[in-house]
Ligand binder design. Sequence first.
Ligand SMILES: [Zn+2]
Length: 290
Amino acid sequence: MNLHTHIILALAFGLIFFHNDITLAVLVGIGAAIPDLDREYVLTKRKIFAKYQLHRALFHNIFFALAMVYLNFYLGLGIFLHMALDLLTSPTDRGVELFFPLGRLVKNYELDYDGNIRKSRGIMWYLEDPMRIINKTADPGLKEVVKMPWIRIYGPFKNSRLVDWMIFYSSFVFIQLYELNHLAEWWKIFLYTVFVKFTFIVIGIVLFYFTGELWRRRLQFQNLNSKLKYVILGVMALGLSLILFQGINLYSPMKPIINFNTLVLIIVSMLVGLFLAYIHVRLRFKKVTL
Ligand SMILES: [Zn+2]
């Protein structure tokens, strides 16, 4: 989904969840802007990003989101909301690789896109990723260089189309209605929170995305001299430093909901469960498919 859709939906949820506390709601909105930093913004060629399939994986997985929840609950919530929206998007947009990097441990799959059974050995994912539709319709940086298992989660909707814009406009209208009895005052505090309270992180995000998009959409196809490349790199580095500079101040680790002993029990149960399931599926089907 579009970045502004992510941000405004998270802002609306933040206002509802935290009873109009604008600071907390803006933090949720900022959190929702973070995951897309994993796009091909770093002055590399799209081919490299396609090779490693990083977008919608690196910062769009539950491990990253949980770590952020621990560092700052409100930013982490924004990341979860971002992922929830991206889960609704199509193979063309590449959905979300929810379990990155764990899902990449298994590279084989049993059924190809046309329904033919492949003779692979070892543990396999069940399905091949729909490579034909992806490579015909996806952005160049998201195409698949080699056939791979279906490790991403896709939904039915396309970025920037009806559902995306509906969520954007609905969230905007909702916020206006929700704050209607003190709307002017609300906007004043909102703008103050965004541009004064969180100046550095907001300017950082704007700088990073603006130059990043400029590079991704236009500049990478032009023969830029290396001086200009350094300027772009410098602006992006400045953006990132501003994000980190204020981000560090937002560090407020959560008290763990699960105590250490319970965590150990969960991990032991999962390992034993995995072992039992492996034996079960191996005996039942003679091969192991996820
Ligand atoms: Zn995203």
